[in-house]
Design a protein around this ligand. Structure first.
Ligand code: C2E
Ligand code: CA
Ligand code: CA
Length: 401
């Protein structure tokens, strides 16, 4: 009986290494394991083969004269590459580790590193594991968004037609799993089923002076949803605030008034602002943020770990919550460096008496890990994806609220 795999399931390894001998060595070992192998020393034919040959595995050198490995990974991510990727290099474990984190942040899910010089056993082991199916395939939203053109005129029209909607993602207690609240995330629905994601339209709204109008519309929508869906509970709502929105000195008063009309205790409302935006102009931020806190709202510092703030500024600004950036949370299980960052941010937050939230929790092991490190709340695809207002209310009902 033949031990060959049927043609369609045969594993195909594609190699990009400017050192021909290294490529050949990897190729020999892979062929012994039953792989079909193609090896290239230059990026151009390599990328042609990615498209035409659809490899199941890719081995790529991080440092090459023609193109660096990080750029190569960006191109692979853009092409939605589903192959298992093995990054090889002699640059040292910290650089390799940050390359792996970059790959994860780019959306490449199945990436491992192999420091050079590597042993044959190590290589065989890496090649013997099957590529994991994309745990979280791109959604219809992700695909639709990238084709839609975003202009300031289009945004103005969309504001008038009220085409911006909020999606709500649950935030749960790390230990008990109890629902604590939701984060509201903006979506632009120009014509169903097209959904444009915020990373595409928020920067355009900011640069064209439309961000305040957008913020206002979304905040009102979110607060109305909260008061209608959870009139008498402590379920909280987190709203994202843009750096540019910090210029609006009357925002606090208007929001306070709206909460009063909707009978929402401001303590149930958290404004999330990114680490870098809070630090752009700390004096102005301090005035506005202090005013919001004095009105009883909560403040969260978002994407913590990605900006370059000094600890002093963090302590001076009146935050009540710190959110560990998802790029560290998503890689904490497999990276010593990411784990150290997650641990340090949790300790820092706890030391300052802040609530700590980890975002980007994509599996049970990561949830256990952050809970064991003392993190208070978790948010991420493992718990639930962002969903419509109705779906979020139903989700809460299924979780005992
Ligand atoms: P963010 O505030 O850091 O929001 C978290 C992002 O991570 C959301 O992306 C969410 O869908 C995604 N996410 C949640 N869980 C996971 C997970 O387990 N894995 C991964 N890979 N991703 C996860 P989204 O909705 O595309 O929003 C992107 C960014 O756009 C937000 O990042 C925020 O900075 C901005 N944004 C969203 N809504 C608003 C808004 O109303 N106003 C402003 N100014 N910015 C907004
Ligand atoms: Ca946020
Ligand atoms: Ca974030």
């Amino acid at each position: 009986m033949s031990t060959m795999l049927p043609e369609e399931t045969k594993r195909r390894l594609l190699i990009l290494d400017d050192d021909l001998a290294v490529g050949q060595t990897i190729g020999f070992v892979a062929e012994e394991l039953g792989f079909e192998v193609k090896s290239f020393t230059l990026p151009e034919p390599f990328f042609r083969a990615v498209d035409a040959w659809q490899p199941t595995h890719i081995a790529i050198d991080l440092v090459m004269p023609e193109m660096d490995g990080v750029e190569a990974m960006r191109v692979l991510a853009e092409r939605n590459c589903a192959a298992k990727i093995i990054i090889t290099s002699g640059v040292g474990s910290r650089v390799l580790d940050s390359a792996r984190r970059t790959a994860a942040a780019l959306g490449l899910r199945d990436v491992c590193v192999m420091p050079k010089p590597f042993s044959m056993t190590e290589l065989r082991q890496l090649l013997s594991t099957e590529p994991v199916p994309r745990a979280i395939p791109p959604t219809k939203e992700d695909r639709a968004s990238s084709a839609f053109e975003v202009t300031s005129v289009g945004l103005l029209d969309a504001l008038e037609q009220r085409q911006f909607l909020l999606a709500y993602q649950p935030k749960v207690d790390c230990v008990t799993g109890a629902l604590a609240g939701f984060e509201a995330l903006a979506r632009w629905v120009p014509s169903p089923p097209t959904v444009v994601m915020p990373d595409r339209f928020v920067p355009v709204a900011e640069s064209s002076g439309l961000i305040d109008a957008l913020t206002e519309q979304l905040f009102e929508q979110g607060l109305r949803w909260l008061s209608e869906s959870f009139p008498s509970s402590s379920i909280s709502l987190s709203l994202n605030i843009s750096a540019k929105g910090l210029a609006d000195v009357h925002l606090g008063e208007r929001l306070s008034e709206l909460c009063h009309v909707l009978t929402i205790d401001p303590a149930r409302v958290t404004f999330e602002l990114t680490e870098s935006s809070a630090m752009d102009d700390p004096v102005k931020s301090l005035a506005l943020l202090t005013r919001l806190r004095m009105k009883g709202f909560q403040l969260s510092i978002d994407d913590f770990g990605t900006g370059f703030s000094s600890m002093v500024q963090l302590v001076r600004l009146p935050f009540s919550e710190i959110k560990v950036d998802k790029s560290f949370v998503m890689t904490a299980m497999g990276s010593h460096e990411a784990l150290t960052v997650v641990k340090s941010i949790i300790d820092l937050g706890k030391g300052l008496g802040l609530r700590v939230v980890a975002e980007g929790v994509e599996d049970a092991k990561t949830l256990d890990l952050i809970a064991s490190l003392g993190c208070d709340f978790a948010q991420g695809y493992f718990i639930a994806r962002p969903m419509s207002g109705e779906a979020a209310t139903a989700w809460a009902a299924n979780h005992g609220i």
